[in-house]
Design a protein. Structure first.
Length: 182
């Protein structure tokens, strides 16, 4: 048996220059593959979500970082691995009080990973709507009808819009991408 202490891998938050998250991730992953202190890095994660938006009348889904300027790194914290990450181009520092970074708790990491998976499965709308707002239907059987939003269900990405059909206000359930603001 060896008397060396067991170093546990933990998750840390790294602050990067804006827009440099993916370059920093690639740089850290290449350092990991080169060996040395880079082998103490297990995973590098840029939390993203899928976002649905309408451009030129077509629904498009794109990826957006939901912690811009930050990424998560799972690693064994040692002086060498700390220095390796700190000197990576684009990294401005670790998140934590004092000179040593503070590791995320298992619950925090689990919640971030759950949100990442959940947001990849169901694209969130880029545009948000409010009750009472005027909209025009751009797609579906009620195309070109105008109405007012009666109900917003952000979780499902749906709206209940009151449109005037034959002079009567009729509630119609539509998806966010099927309408545009007036």
């Amino acid at each position: 048996m060896t008397d060396q202490p067991v170093i546990q891998k933990q998750w840390y938050v790294i602050h990067t220059q804006t827009g440099q998250e993916l370059k920093v991730k690639q740089s850290l992953e290449s350092k990991r593959q080169q060996g040395g202190p880079g082998q103490q890095i297990t995973q590098v994660l840029v939390p993203t979500e899928r976002v649905a938006e309408i451009r030129s009348g077509k629904k498009r889904i794109s990826e957006r970082k939901f912690f811009p300027g930050y990424l998560l790194v799972e690693m064994e914290l040692s002086d060498e691995s700390w220095h390796l990450v700190r000197t990576t181009p684009g990294v401005t520092g670790f998140i934590g009080a004092g000179r040593r970074p503070v590791a995320l708790s298992e619950e925090e990491v689990g919640e971030i990973l759950r949100q990442t998976e959940e947001r990849k499965e169901r694209p969130a709308p880029r545009v948000t709507f409010q009750k009472g707002e005027g909209v025009r239907v751009t797609e579906g059987p009620f195309t070109n009808f105008s109405g007012a939003i009666d109900e917003v269900n952000t979780a499902r990405g749906k709206l209940k819009v009151l449109v005037s059909i034959f002079g009567r206000q009729t509630p119609v359930e539509l998806e966010f991408w099927q309408v545009e603001r007036l």
